[in-house]
Design a protein around this ligand. Sequence first.
Ligand SMILES: C[S@@+](CC[C@H](N)C(=O)[O-])C[C@H]1O[C@@H](n2cnc3c(N)ncnc32)[C@H](O)[C@@H]1O
Length: 482
Amino acid sequence: MENTLYYGDNLDILKRYIPDESVDLVYLDPPFKSDQNYNILFKEQNGSRAASQIRAFEDTWIWTQESEEIYADLVTRGDKVADCLKAFRTFLGTCDMLAYLVMMAPRLVELRRVMKPTASIYLHCDPTASHYLKMLMDAIFGGHNFRREVIWRSGWVSGFKSAAKNWIRNHDVILYYLRDSRETFTFHIPFKPHPPGYKRRGGEGENPAGVPIDDVWIDIYSPAIMSFSREKLGYPTQKPLALLERIIKASSNEGDLVLDPFCGCGTTVIAAQKLNRSWIGIDITHLAINLMKYRLIDTFGDQVKFKIIGEPASLPDARALAQSDPYQFQFWALGLIGARPVEQKKGADRGIDGKIVFQADKPGEFKEVLIQVKAGHTSVAHVRDLRGVVENENAAIGVLISMKNPTKPMRTVAASAGFYESKIWGKKYPKIQLLTIEELLNGKKIEMPPIRQAGATFKRAIRHKAEQGEQLEISLSEEENK
Ligand SMILES: C[S@@+](CC[C@H](N)C(=O)[O-])C[C@H]1O[C@@H](n2cnc3c(N)ncnc32)[C@H](O)[C@@H]1O
């Protein structure tokens, strides 16, 4: 199967595109029922970050009419999954936790369907819901197919001061199951080196064979909380490459197909690509799909071949997305030009949806291209507003991206804004530019100085091997440790 990123709800994507018994290894890192809205942080060139927090995805589950319908559908199956969900309902009532479990159940059922009889699945979760998820997994996969509960200590805490009267929370849970333990499944025992100076009993000198890794992993640190991690991309729940490499190496072979249905900024697909596996990644936000696209290209250049399904490829597709989900339309449109989304702020830069940062004439001096995306109606007032914001913010260029063609008066106002002049490139660029989605789909670009410094707009993935065991301190907030 070709390497593929799918944009969409994984339940629909699995049903629509992924054949029965086609996948060798599944890793999933779903939202954890942590009742948080995750923000994605982009650091500004001046070091601040408050202005650039974007809601990446919601991890808040509420019992709704939809949950009731999914529940009714699942319990009519009359199988162990139905029994399990009925028991959860009796025990928990119709609370948020039940809503979360009802969301997870049909997805886990679909994942089992697409797994080969020899396949393995790793479900990454945390202690908030791991005990319920294990029961659900037992119901779906059979308790006899449970292999291990891996405890992953995600950070190295030192000097942490908390007001909370509690143990510091510092581990995730990874539930490892087989599709069918009677089949010949893949498991390559991973080894870690002996500590330096280790001598074999009997005094025969150093033993080069190492020791098998057990089910408590304390040697891999989370880039999401390690403030100085070189892997860190700013995606709030980013997992370390070393973690995914360990799982993929142990439970698959070169050429196997690895699937991550909640793939975020794409750690699984990067690890699978590095280890010569085929891969499928699914995510429900265009923000994640864009991050993955850039991460793959930054990490592997033209060595990686993949396709993206679910992104608008034509004007009617774009129109449909604009109508169904204007928020996702914005993410997608910004991705077309490599811009990073910015949170809507009241005040000076209201109405700005994204920005691109480039290095200006002097070393260390950065300028911004501010972008506004309009899915619907546009008018001359929008161009005037954009010009005002560009001037107030002392930005270099403003770009209005629209579905509709700009009118003549809009073009006149844009043209009257003049130019941004780059001395080092010896060029002038129109200060206000109007681009349509159709032009962008046909390859038209913003007129601006080339981006010379990688990472000025997004934190870019670097081409390097994941390092294990970076001994850095983590900074956990009190909130994270309640
Ligand atoms: C915990 S994050 C995964 C992080 C990932 N392991 C990484 O290293 O970046 C969960 C992801 O699942 C996505 N997601 C949530 N619900 C989804 C759904 N129904 N279908 C597909 N993706 C979904 C979110 O957008 C988010 O990116």
